[in-house]
Design a protein around this ligand. Structure first.
Ligand SMILES: [Mg+2]
Ligand SMILES: [Zn+2]
Length: 213
């Protein structure tokens, strides 16, 4: 996006940008995909959140139960899967961009055997009150939509563990699903995708070719 340089736009010029790791433009979702975009929070949603700290190294990354299955199922629907994450540890000097890349390489490695993919990652590396992308602000979500001009926010879903993940997504018209100790991500994803799962039609059942319990 090109911003004007006229008077009054200085604030916009100075707003720090989110970090984007992925193709400049995300490939469009398949025509029969139930969602255009799948957005995932990271800490507390995919991996164990480190209380009072940050995942600064690959070895710190511990996946939560059900995550490999959930991300594999989401990866199978034919829509880009994008990680949407605040990483204030960068602003605080506890880690840098290379550390983040290493952590995400580890995440990819852990998800891949089951068939899970992360197609892009968008990061707020900023401290509080210095940008318009740190959740619960919506800059990260707007960045994803700018990279997917073909996508309809109303056909997109955000999955996260905090209201700060879900509120900005909801404000943009996206569906928002919360995970937590009582609602693990694999169960949330199974419920989310259940209406779209192929089920045998009557003809299949008659022929005995469908999945009959
Ligand atoms: Mg979280
Ligand atoms: Zn930010």
């Amino acid at each position: 996006m090109v911003r004007g340089r006229g008077p009054g736009s200085a604030g916009a010029e100075l707003t720090p940008r989110p970090w984007w790791f992925g193709p400049d433009v995300l490939p469009a979702a398949a025509a029969d995909a139930p969602f255009d975009l799948v957005l995932l929070d990271r800490d507390g949603t995919l991996n164990v959140r480190i209380e009072g700290g940050y995942v600064t190294r690959p070895d710190d990354l511990v996946l939560l139960p059900g995550v490999t299955t959930a991300v594999a199922d989401l990866s199978g629907i034919g829509a880009p899967v994008v990680l949407v994450t605040n990483q204030r540890g960068i602003a605080r000097g506890l880690m840098d961009r290379d550390d983040l890349v290493d952590v995400h390489a580890r995440l990819t490695e852990l998800l891949a055997p089951a068939g899970g993919r992360i197609d892009a990652v968008v990061v707020c590396p900023h401290d509080r009150d210095e940008c318009s992308c740190r959740k619960p602000l919506d800059g990260l979500f707007r960045e994803v939509l700018a990279r997917a001009p073909w996508a309809d926010p109303r056909r997109s879903v955000m999955i996260g563990d905090m209201p700060t993940d879900l509120d900005p997504a909801s404000r943009l018209g996206m569906r928002a699903e919360r995970v937590g100790p009582q609602s693990p991500v694999d169960r949330v994803v199974a419920r989310l995708l259940a209406p779209y799962r192929a089920s045998p039609g009557p003809a299949d059942v008659r022929r005995g070719e469908g999945h009959v319990p």
